[in-house]
Design a protein around this ligand. Structure first.
Ligand SMILES: [Zn+2]
Length: 408
């Protein structure tokens, strides 16, 4: 619809300014900073767009249960546009960002616009998208275009630390209305319809301490760990041969993966035989695999080793784990979105699963059709010099407006 396209094109500067304001509030997580300030800004903009807003703070007792003892109050904001329709489209955004290193060319929390890009921490993941979403609503409201679905937005903390104390908590509390849902995902010609699973382990290898001058009195946990890691390296090669039947944007993502040693601990002094060595495992699961299988694969490797080494003591500790989730794509949401993408970009979009998880998984497991789409940047989320392309922010906003309008 020309009115939508024109409104968003003519609001280019407002979209840029709002994105810059969002980036300027450093909502770094961990530990979770300036959440209140950020929510105030988003709430003001939602109200200006004509939405009804409500804040939901996560109780301290629940935060403690989830191991959060520092940082700002965890505030979730919900904004509603009730059109008295039967169905509701939910769009969720997280407003926390990961920390920034000192290696940026521009200050990460003082956004800079250069050659059609906005640079700053969170530009791509996902503060630019917050601007796209709110302006998509404004474009409809300003032009008196009423959708045939209710629209509910949520703005949540803590996605970068797993989401249980942000969007996950809202879902758990029954505060989310969603017959369909949209959040971050692929960009350009790809749209996400789910994600791989992820399991994090700590492999604790025990030994017996002794003075290094008489090592025969001890058991070297480091040497034992090398043995364990080497056996798991063989498992890794087997795991990487497993391929999903689902489409992935990058063909290499079709494989299951196992990464060892992202975290490594143990060994305190040069002249001792170490008695504890620990390394982490990050395991990405295909939709065809289960958590139970992934745990068993690792445990089997260890128990085979134990049969040959009576001194080997290893504990496989599961830190967290989620199965892969996939959303159906043969439904009104994906149809409306694809029609919108053709309208705005004159391009067909293709569905694929993501290798990393998003907050949408909390709804996908409940059977809600969920779609992940983001404004394009340089795929530098979580790294230095993150940016988002202004043209894509506007296009994404136009696509969202049309999707909302086409959906029923
Ligand atoms: Zn994100």
């Amino acid at each position: 619809m020309k009115k939508i396209i024109d409104y968003l094109n003519s609001n280019r500067n407002n979209i840029i300014e709002f994105t810059k304001d969002l980036i300027g509030i450093s909502t770094v997580n961990p530990p979770g900073k300036n959440y209140d300030k950020l929510v105030r800004l988003v709430e003001r903009e939602c109200k200006a767009a004509g939405l009804r807003t409500k804040r939901y703070a996560v109780p301290t007792s629940y935060l403690r249960e989830k191991g959060i003892t520092e940082g700002a109050e965890r505030i979730n904001l919900i904004a509603d546009w009730n059109t008295n329709s039967k169905k509701t489209l939910h769009i969720t955004c997280h407003y926390d960002v990961v920390p920034a290193t000192g290696n940026w060319k521009t200050p990460p929390f003082r956004p800079v616009v250069n050659k059609g890009r906005i640079y700053g921490r969170g530009a791509e993941d996902m503060k630019g998208n917050i601007a796209s979403v709110i302006f998509a609503i404004k474009a409809l409201k300003v032009n008196n275009l009423a959708p045939r679905v209710n629209v509910q937005l949520s703005f949540c903390p803590d996605e970068e630390t797993g989401g249980a104390t942000g969007f996950g908590w809202l879902v758990k509390k029954g505060l989310i209305k969603a017959d369909y849902a949209i959040s971050e995902g692929y960009s350009g010609e790809w749209v996400a319809c789910g994600n791989k699973g992820v399991a994090w382990f700590d492999i604790e290898v025990f030994g017996k301490s002794a003075h290094a001058s008489s090592p025969y009195r001890g058991i070297n946990s480091f040497e034992k760990m090398v043995k364990v890691a080497s056996a798991l390296f063989d498992l890794k090669k087997r795991i990487e041969k497993k391929k999903t039947k689902f489409v992935t944007r990058n063909k290499l993502d079709k494989a299951a993966t196992l990464v060892m040693g992202g975290e490594l601990k143990g060994g305190l002094k040069v002249n001792t035989v170490p008695d504890l060595s620990v390394f982490s495992i990050d395991r990405r699961l295909l939709p065809e695999e289960t958590m139970g299988e992934a745990i068993k694969e690792i445990k089997n490797v260890i128990s085979d080793l134990k049969k040959k080494d009576k001194d080997l003591r290893v504990n496989v500790k599961l830190r967290s784990g989620n199965n892969a989730v996939t959303s159906g794509t043969d439904n009104a949401l994906f149809q409306a979105f694809k029609r919108a993408a053709i309208k705005v970009k004159n391009k067909r979009v293709k569905e694929a699963i993501l290798s990393g998880a998003t907050d949408l998984r909390f709804l996908i497991v409940k059977g809600v059709p969920c779609l992940g789409y983001s404004a394009k940047g340089g795929e530098k989320w979580h790294s230095d010099n993150e940016y988002v392309i202004v043209k894509s922010l506007i296009e994404t906003s136009q696509i969202l407006s049309h999707t909302i309008l086409y959906l029923s």
